[in-house]
Ligand binder design. Structure first.
Ligand code: ASP
Ligand code: MG
Length: 467
């Protein structure tokens, strides 16, 4: 049994839905459970409806709901030929949106949009898209069934940001999902949506469908979790800067988590953690290029070769953050004393500023932070205990790889690639998963390109094998 999750852009229109059905068909022997997001940007539109209601604009809210429902209806009519399946689907879509109209009336009448009502409205996107995808699959002879996520995903009652309860979800899945799989049907579950103990609809926060898929993968003990997106997996650099960037065939969970915090726009590590904890391999695949290899994320803690004996290069991927701030804190009082670092970091703590990278010497602490409004306050407070200089025009380029510490010679390759670029801070160590350098904001692109060339494009290691 596998879980296949399709995001909003993979089901954004008729052509996309057709591709998705083809991909589901190709996986039939693996007994898939499908998780689907709301179509395209529907969640944004639903959010707009709620925001309009909050500002008392009922007519506009109703008009937005109407055009959204017309959009679902027109996609349905485009992809499914006239007949029983289509009329049933149109009826289902209509009833979801009729319920939404009632909610809109209610909220307008009360002049209040509670988090609980928000979830009732937001859930309509995923519920309608799962009905649509299941109906379309049936119309092309794939035995799919839409399954109501409020029956499967048990959450706490923190509406709009609910947290799933894995144990409760597991027993619900045994009751409502396993029998569907057992009779060889393909369940299609709307992501992002759950219900609390009392059965009231909740949502898991924006982007929550990824979490739904991962929770189901754990609950159902899936043999794989596939995220179908509109990119080729995790790339070894940002393709906007490095057109030759290639997908990383496999990456460890620690590397993926590190990449996400260091600036890469990839799956949120917290979303995939339930699957990783349950030892389910996670794949990221491209729904526009189903045959491209994609990226596998594994829980393998030991770098080197994964269970399929594939090779991990020293560096898996290069990422960066632009527009960062570097703060240099200098004090001769630090010489031979203790407690200075504590005082410095208390200031950061008080101002709620999170520090990304740190390097220290005997009389100096240098840190980087993201853009912050509290910079002046920080400068003032630190100024009371040290001499402070700030450079708010830097970028951080990070190389991520579990094998970095175990690969002799890689540091010299990295630094020779950066020849001529002024590096003002280097951090490496601790987790051993990343090496980061601070460079001028204007040098970020050049640094990323040069590093990619050195580590991934040299002729003898096109397959990255001896990096
Ligand atoms: N549709 C929701 C959102 O756009 C959930 C998701 O797509 O994961 O945030
Ligand atoms: Mg979405």
């Amino acid at each position: 049994m596998i879980i296949m999750k399709f995001g909003g852009s993979s089901v954004k229109d008729a052509a996309a839905l057709e591709r998705v059905a083809g991909i589901i068909r190709s996986r039939r022997d693996d007994a898939p459970v499908v998780v689907v997001s709301a179509i395209g940007d529907s969640t944004d539109r639903l959010t707009q409806i709620l925001d309009l209601l909050e500002r008392g604009r009922k007519a506009q809210a109703r008009a937005t709901a109407k055009s959204l429902s017309a959009n679902y209806d027109s996609i349905a009519r485009k992809i499914i030929p006239r007949g029983e399946i289509l009329s049933e689907l149109r009826g289902t879509i209509q009833s979801h949106f009729a319920r939404m109209d009632e909610l809109i009336e209610g909220m307008a009448c009360l002049g209040e949009v509670s988090p609980r009502s928000r979830d009732a409205v937001l859930s309509v996107g995923e519920i309608a898209s799962s009905s649509m995808l299941a109906a379309y699959c049936r119309s092309v002879d794939i035995p799919a069934e839409a399954i109501d996520p409020t029956k499967l995903i048990l959450t706490d009652a923190r509406y709009t940001e609910a947290t799933p309860d894995p144990a409760g979800t597991k027993s619900r899945c045994e009751q409502f999902l396993s029998p569907v799989v057992a009779r060889m049907a393909i369940p299609v579950v709307g992501g992002f949506v759950g219900a609390d103990e009392r059965g009231v609809t909740t949502t898991l926060g924006r982007g929550g469908s990824d979490l739904t898929a991962s929770i189901l993968a754990g609950a159902m003990n899936a043999s794989a979790l596939e995220y179908w997106k509109d990119v080729d997996g995790i790339l070894n650099a940002d393709p906007r800067i490095v057109p030759k960037a290639k997908p990383v065939p496999c990456i460890t969970f620690r590397e993926a988590a590190e990449l996400a915090t260091l600036g890469a726009k990839i799956l949120h590590p917290a979303s995939i953690q339930p699957a990783i904890l349950a030892n389910v391999p996670v794949r990221i695949l491209n729904s526009n290029e189903p045959l491209s290899g994609g990226t596998t994320i594994t829980s393998a803690a030991v770098p080197g070769r994964d269970s399929d004996d594939r090779f991990y290069p020293a560096v898996s991927s290069i990422t960066f953050k632009r527009a960062q701030t570097m703060i240099n804190i200098y004090s001769t009082r630090m010489l031979g004393t203790n407690g200075f670092l504590r005082r410095v970091f208390e200031v950061f703590d008080r101002l709620g500023i999170s520090v990304d990278h740190i390097a220290t010497s005997e009389v100096n602490v240098t840190v980087t932070v993201g853009r912050t409004d509290a910079l002046e306050a920080l400068r003032l407070e630190l100024g009371e205990i040290a001499t402070v200089s700030v450079d708010d025009n830097v970028g951080v380029v990070s190389l991520v790889g579990e094998k970095l510490p175990a690969t002799p010679g890689v540091a010299s390759r990295i630094f020779s690639a950066l020849t001529g670029i002024n590096v003002s801070l280097i951090t490496y160590g601790g987790s051993g998963v990343n090496l980061s350098v601070v460079v001028g904001n204007d040098n970020v692109d050049t640094a990323v390109r040069r590093l990619h060339k050195e580590l991934f494009e040299t002729s003898e290691d096109e397959d990255h094998d001896d990096v």
